[in-house]
Write a protein that binds this ligand. Structure first.
Ligand code: AMP
Length: 190
């Protein structure tokens, strides 16, 4: 299956993506993870994106699309994949359409949570011992929320118009949310 996972910061995308991918045996392609790996390895891309991520802004569409295109061309993504955190703008939706060519997206899973719950989770994560995320501080969290509303909500609307958007309640425990996601994926498969 070719799946996309959308949702505001703090919705639990990364956690749920890993579980879905191990259940379905498809690779997890998280653009935030890829960018953090680039920063950790001190690569030119890492240098280019550090301050953007620190401020809670978005990396340019073309940059992120090139990264996704390269990853999707690897053999393990041929039989299916889950994209987590991409596309995040309408420009990226169009770029993804181009990258996929004749391949289609089976479903866009969107985790929905109230902003207050998201902020609480992110502030908690930022305060955890050993937290490696430089963008889990309150000013950056607010900016990431603003960017999500302005840039990424229209992405959900675009997929809703295509009839492939599934909204999933992202509140409750990790296993509550995973059960809802599995039910939703089951409906798409049948
Ligand atoms: P995430 O781990 O998905 O929350 O992403 C962390 C940060 O990486 C975001 O706040 C952006 O700065 C950057 N990023 C991740 N994915 C994208 C994307 N698709 N487009 C632009 N920037 C992204």
């Amino acid at each position: 299956m070719n799946l996309l996972l959308l949702g505001p910061p703090g919705a639990g995308k990364g956690t749920q993506a890993k579980q879905i991918c191990s259940a379905l045996g498809i690779p997890h392609i998280g653009t935030g993870d890829m960018l953090r790996a680039a920063i950790a390895s001190d690569s030119p891309l890492g240098h280019q994106v550090t301050s953007i991520i620190e401020r809670g802004h978005l990396v340019p569409d073309e940059t992120i699309a090139r990264l996704v295109e390269a990853r999707l061309s690897e053999p393990d993504a041929r039989e299916g994949f889950l994209l987590d955190g991409f596309p995040r703008t309408l420009g990226q939706v169009a770029l993804l359409d181009g990258i996929l060519g004749t391949k289609r997206i089976d479903a866009v899973l969107m985790l929905v949570i109230p902003e207050s719950v998201a902020i609480e989770r992110l502030v908690g994560r930022g305060a955890e011992v050993g937290s490696t995320r430089m963008d889990d501080k309150i000013e950056t969290i607010r900016e990431r929320m603003r960017v999500y509303e302005a840039e990424t909500k229209p992405v959900a609307d675009a997929y809703e118009e295509r009839g492939i958007l599934a909204k999933i309640d992202g509140t409750g425990t990790i296993s509550d949310v995973f059960a809802r996601l599995q039910a939703s994926i089951g409906r798409v498969r049948s």
